[in-house]
Design a protein. Sequence first.
Length: 130
Amino acid sequence: MRVANEKQKELLLHTIHHFLSDPESPLQIFFTGPAGCGKTFVIKLIMETYNRFINTDGYCNAFVACASTGKATVAINGTTVHTALKISMSKLLPLSIEVAYQYRALFRFVKVLIIDEVSMIEGKLLEQID
């Protein structure tokens, strides 16, 4: 965080303040900027911050990092939205009992869903994510 600029620090401090003061209410952040302005840097700081401040019992990350395309996932060491949330490309399919149980266990500690390149996701997919 020491190398972040003032706007980046402001966003990170806002995020920290939110999950320390009101962890149960959702926080939606949309930030944008030109290529090379540090968006991926901020995403990585947010991921690190959540892992540092949220107790996950060392079991898993406190976040799920995903993106709209495979190429965008590489920069954040994430996965695609479809893979991360088990969303079918063709239609909304119910999860098997085993997969649903596994996801409940994995998502128990998840406090934030990070979607990089969210502007590339169509409205119907956002509805499925919700």
